[in-house]
Design a binder for this molecule. Structure first.
Ligand SMILES: Nc1ncnc2c1ncn2[C@@H]1O[C@H](COP(=O)(O)OP(=O)(O)OP(=O)(O)O)[C@@H](O)[C@H]1O
Ligand SMILES: [Mg+2]
Length: 457
């Protein structure tokens, strides 16, 4: 980490003397007035300012005040010609980090600067650790089903090799974006940038300049100074290309070149730029179909899909429904200040019986809405607003028929009912016996016993 230090003094010899002592270790900037340094800070804030008290024009104390107000993260060390206690006290009150007295003892000043910057370094380190801790601590991925734990174990492994491109496939709302960020934060490049590009949201004519950047004057309307592209922004981190299936064919060709060589041309430039970044891409489109119709390049596909992660749809991981629902229940109860702590059995049945075409996102939205409009501690089925097929059936067909005049065989009717509902439950639970048992409000043991007794395969 290279720190930058600005030196403000109206006496050139003092200014230059300090700069000479510091410039081998820090990036430095020299200013002769309070006004000038405020301009400089506005352009690019330094880590530390060495600020003379007796400046012409805006004096040091006033300059200090302005800096502290607008840039509280910038440390200021005051330099005063005489140990004027009042000035020093008011400077410290205004938040100066420390002060030095002229004539300046260079070694002493260097030590002071070093000490001040060390405190920033520690603060920044703590910040990075904290962010990392938060990210790791986030229940970032709920997944208890076998299908999902397999995917997560794979993702964990893949994340460790920071150069390998990964393609994430799956229906809408299955958590592809979440997986992409998991790959980044679990990779050795976690402290680098994670840059998301939504290829579907950026208009076709802009996507190239967004991705590759441009030189000044590359096209009319281009900013005068030129612009870094998102690939460069993602240097030493992860570039997440979301909705990759929507990328224009020109951009596809350029992206392919970048993946092959690690280099690209900024628009309007004749020089190549080299960038090291991991490319993770995702789509809910069927790329095979796009390739058949020549809308997606096969060679690009093979570069992107060195590793392929296929995220299962909600219906292939029913075991995740309740853990996810509870997770979202807690999340939104906290967010909306509600007291929900549990989900009623009927609501659970509705959640398990619903076909989640919008996958996790749909489930999240349903719980969000239910929590927002609901009251109490237990989430009820009514609040979910899900049309439950099974319940509708029982509304239209009465559960009980009148007893036929010649009576009926109660035992075989009982068996028939049990066989019917056990099979139904198994079908809904995709063969998962404990889920099926829960749907029928019996324990797993009883379920197994009846299933065996009734000869259900
Ligand atoms: N396993 C999970 N645990 C917790 N939250 C999840 C999980 N999977 C998805 N989500 C949440 O569901 C929502 C949708 O997930 P995400 O945006 O990652 O889906 P996607 O696959 O990128 O969808 P699309 O193809 O529509 O872009 C997000 O709010 C995400 O945080
Ligand atoms: Mg997405």
């Amino acid at each position: 980490m290279i720190f930058s230090v600005y030196v403000v003094d109206d006496e050139e010899t003092i200014r230059e003397g300090i700069i000479m002592a510091l410039e081998s270790q820090y990036r430095t900037g020299a200013f002769s007035s309070g006004e000038a340094v405020l301009e400089g800070i506005k352009e690019s804030p330094p880590d530390l300012v060495l600020l003379d008290v007796g400046l012409p024009g805006m004096n040091g104390i006033e300059t200090l005040q302005r800096i502290r107000d607008a840039y509280p993260d910038v440390l200021v060390i005051m330099v005063t010609a005489y140990e004027d206690i009042d000035t020093v006290v008011s400077a410290m009150k205004l938040g100066a980090y420390d002060y030095a007295v002229k004539p300046i003892h260079m070694e002493g000043l260097e030590a002071l600067v070093h000490h001040a910057l060390e405190s920033i370094r520690l603060r920044k380190e703590v910040q990075i650790l904290q962010e990392r801790y938060l990210k790791e601590d986030l229940p970032f991925f709920i997944g208890e089903s076998n299908a999902m734990t397999d995917v997560m174990a794979f993702v964990e492994m893949v994340a460790k090799s920071p150069d390998t491109p990964v393609l994430i496939l799956g229906e809408t709302g299955t958590g592809k974006e979440l997986i992409a960020s998991a790959i980044h934060y679990r990779s050795p490049n976690f402290s680098g940038p994670f840059v998301t590009v939504n290829c579907a949201a950026i208009p076709g004519e802009l996507i190239e300049s967004e991705l590759f950047g441009y030189e000044k004057g590359a096209f009319s309307g281009a900013s005068m100074s030129g612009k870094k592209g998102l690939i460069e922004e993602a240097a030493n981190g992860t570039l997440f290309l979301d909705e990759i299936g929507d990328l224009s064919s020109e951009a596809q060709a350029k992206l392919l070149r970048f993946l092959e060589t690690g280099e690209f041309y900024r628009i309007g430039s004749t020089k190549t730029t080299h960038v090291q970044t991991r490319v993770v891409s995702a789509t809910n489109l069927i790329l095979d179909q796009l390739m058949e119709n020549n809308r997606f390049r096969k060679d690009l596909y093979y570069r992107l899909a060195v590793i392929k992660v296929e995220v299962p749809s909600m219906n292939a991981r029913l075991d995740d429904i309740m853990p996810l629902a509870k997770h979202f229940l807690v999340e939104f109860s906290r967010k909306f200040g509600k007291g929900f702590t549990s989900i009623s059995q009927e609501a659970e049945r509705a959640l398990l019986g619903h076909t989640w075409t919008g996958n996790v996102r749909e489930l999240r939205n349903v719980i969000e809405r239910a929590v927002l409009i609901g009251k109490g501690q237990e989430l009820e089925a009514d609040g979910l607003g899900l049309k439950e097929a099974a319940r509708k059936d029982s509304d239209s067909t009465p559960l009980f028929h009148p007893l036929p005049p010649d009576g009926l065989d109660l035992c075989s009717l009982e068996n028939a009912l049990q066989i019917h509902y056990i099979n139904e439950a198994l079908r809904l639970a995709l063969g998962n016996e404990s889920k099926a048992a829960a749907l029928l409000r019996i324990n797993h043991h009883t379920f197994r016993y009846r299933k065996k007794k009734l000869n259900i395969a």
